[in-house]
Design a protein around this ligand. Sequence first.
Ligand code: PLP
Ligand code: COI
Length: 353
Amino acid sequence: MNIRVENTQHPSSMPGSEFGFGRIFSDHMFMMDYNANEGWHDARIVPFGRLSIHPASTVLHYGAEIFEGLKAYRRPDGGVQLFRPIENIRRMNDSAERLCLPQIPEDEAMEILTTFISHEKEWTPSAPGTTLYIRPFLFGNDESLGVHAVKNATFVIIASPTGSYYKEGFKPVRIMIEDEDVRAVRGGTGYAKCGGNYAASTRAGERAEQMGYSQVLWLDGVERKYIEEVGAMNVMFKINGEIVTPKLTGSILPGITRKSCIELLRSKGYKVSERLLSLQELVSAMTDGTLEEAWGCGTAAVVSPIGELCYKDIKYAINGGKIGELTQSLYDTLTGIQFGRSEDPFGWTVRID
Ligand code: PLP
Ligand code: COI
């Protein structure tokens, strides 16, 4: 692939180590355009800057946008590596298919990602727990107001030195079970990583935050009976020794961290059930003490212990509000592989250098 490089004339350097999440960006971005005649073309790494979009652009009116989230990790030997990037590329193409946006061939997408991160690798921080968060996004860019599969699109990748997603860091978060708004329904776009899902989630998230909670736990959109996922992570529960995580019914994002946690836990001999988990079963387990641990998992959130769930104003402390033993060991094992501190028996990591 031919990727043109235009370096910035105003290089900046990475500030300190208090990055927060997604607030500062590296010096360059990747861009590539699509139209029905030429396909994907003009792949380029250019100085980070504003995009110019036609006021009738499809993305502004009909939400034709999908995105991904993955990270570059600084290894102890100073090198940089990615974690399961092919999974993000495949999910991005699944999301594109759902929103009638053009897909990018896997090998080209991988070349783009590794070339761009190699160019920006000095922006991968090295303080404990910090990473370079990578945000690929793809949007419809027709300059007309008709509603149809787009004929023009743009693909961009930006990168952001990042600390912990939750202000708590690796500490138990408090989550509110949402029983009013719904995030997604089967047959909808729940399994796709599209901006619209997050727009639909914001009101409930804001309400929860005002009440002192980090995010909401969504119930299924039809019966409001089954546990689905949290705003930016999938969920797992240890109930009476069994690890239970909601099965992928089509309205839940198929998380790459979820998949990795399941594979890690099974490799250690744990029984992991991907099944429907009703709110009633969860409330019973919280009441009778059989719920031992709960955690969320996601790229930004990593493995996040859940210390409290609240449903209809009743607060349920989980594991006394402390980090559970399994949650801690899962966090240690996963981050050990991601940061290259431990061996990678699954071949999940991709070295950039
Ligand atoms: N669920 C939602 C709604 C998310 O936004 C995310 C984050 O990407 C996840 C789950 C976890 O997915 P992954 O582990 O691939 O980051
Ligand atoms: C991620 O974990 O990569 C996400 O995309 C979560 C994000 C919506 C903050």
